[in-house]
Design a protein around this ligand. Sequence first.
Ligand SMILES: NC(=O)C1=CN([C@@H]2O[C@H](COP(=O)(O)OP(=O)(O)OC[C@H]3O[C@@H](n4cnc5c(N)ncnc54)[C@H](O)[C@@H]3O)[C@@H](O)[C@H]2O)[C@@H](O)CC1
Ligand SMILES: Nc1ncnc2c1ncn2[C@@H]1O[C@H](COP(=O)(O)OP(=O)(O)O)[C@@H](O)[C@H]1O
Ligand SMILES: [K+]
Length: 477
Amino acid sequence: MITIEEMAVVDANAAALGVPRKQLMESSGRAVARVVREHAEPDDDVVIVAGRGNNGGDSFVATRFLDAYDPTVLLLGRAKTISTEISWENWVALNRGEYDIREARDSRDLDLGTPDLIVDGILGTGVRGAPREPAHTAIERINESDGTVVSVDVPSGMDANSGTVASVAVDADHTVTFHDMKPGLESPEQSVTVADIGIPAMADTLVERGDLLRLGRAPNSHKGDNGTVLVIGGGPYTGAPALTAQAALAAGADIVRVACPTAVAETVQSFNEGLITTPLTGDRLDSDHVTSLLEAAAEVDVAVLGPGLGAHDESLAAAQSFISSFDGTCVVDADPLGVVPDAADTDASLVCTPHAGEFRRMGGDPSDSWRDRMDDVRTLATDLGVTVLLKGRYDVIADGSTGRTRVNRSGTPEMTVGGTGDVLAGIVGAFASVLDPIHAAAIGAYINGRAGERASNERASISPLDLIENVPVVLDA
Ligand SMILES: NC(=O)C1=CN([C@@H]2O[C@H](COP(=O)(O)OP(=O)(O)OC[C@H]3O[C@@H](n4cnc5c(N)ncnc54)[C@H](O)[C@@H]3O)[C@@H](O)[C@H]2O)[C@@H](O)CC1
Ligand SMILES: Nc1ncnc2c1ncn2[C@@H]1O[C@H](COP(=O)(O)OP(=O)(O)O)[C@@H](O)[C@H]1O
Ligand SMILES: [K+]
């Protein structure tokens, strides 16, 4: 089962993997024609009713595979207003091939005749609201006809996610949907064929630029709507929490606070005037701080626990007690990763970002190959009920609640320099404030790696600050 939004991600990832949309359209159209042939007699009169989006484009392709029926194509609206390039190219092919095509300028041009079979390519997953004219009348004409109706992807007028109909929808005899079942087509009365259109399986697994479609700010959002993050770290180290916090800002969080020991608060603050620090008495995290940390964390969307915190017993005990009592979203990095198995009964939603050594400390056993790591990471994530991002040449990300597992290939060997993991934790924190943990971790790894690639294009070695500088640039690409 796949939603419209997820389908758009997979489709764009397929393009990133070298299988562009036009190729998918060719497979879609061919799959529709196959189902038409199953239901048509040799001398049947076949009419194709097409809209001006890619749903119509699929039906233009189908037309070329139905030559035996000498089909007629009725385009709803003017050809000049066909809304996508690939649909237009397939329309031009019908023109040049001297197919029997006609443009219906308005609802008075909608005589369908008495076809034996109608292909409904009017509206697919791009429908917004109730069908406007001439689509509305065309749908009614199709429903009045005695012909068999084959709908392309989704019966026109129906919402593929919910199955709801805003005003009218085609009453399809058969629907040919692509790649995977859509939730709105689940009703038992519908006859649905799911056609494989050649999207590589890896378009679901590998994190690619299509995943960035999940990001996006609402035009009317206010300060704070796009993420608030609290970084809890520092003590023995000052650079790490500052890097994490600056990375969270670079990845688009509106407000980033840092809770760190008084001894280092001023130093952390001095790295960036955009940071707001909350000092904790003393020179390292201890159990006396947990109550105030829980209060501060309740005020933000996401806590990022660990950067520069150190491995002192008292600090780790405090980290464990924080995780156990917290009920929000928390990214856990560095030393506190080792206490996660002892705090796994928490109500918090944890996103853990271990490298191989830390993964072992969490109870996992990472294989050498990324394919085997997919099983290793899924197993640990499921056992602990958390999201795990295992860093490496290929990062492997798994969601413990659904078992969904992703792999990110971006990054360069220059990123083995210290501090890149702190940057990653901040990016994941920022994304976790607006996205589900699995998507935040996957896109965080992708963006961190892309920033590293871009930084290393320009120089022989890179610093974590170079990464941070490139985060907004690769987010915009
Ligand atoms: N990855 C994918 O998503 C794939 C999609 N494909 C096809 O592409 C379709 C989606 O294409 P599009 O995104 O171009 O969208 P559609 O073709 O479903 O609809 C968009 C067109 O309909 C118009 N429109 C929207 N709402 C309307 C309304 N209420 N009344 C009248 N006109 C309306 C728009 O102006 C636009 O011209 C899928 O349903 C499927 O058939 C396939 O080619 C294969 C892969
Ligand atoms: N050889 C590599 N190739 C590509 N990316 C790498 C490589 N080594 C590390 N990275 C990336 O650098 C980031 C930090 O990972 P790592 O260095 O393991 O973290 P840490 O700083 O916690 O040790 C991750 O996003 C990881 O994907
Ligand atoms: K349709």
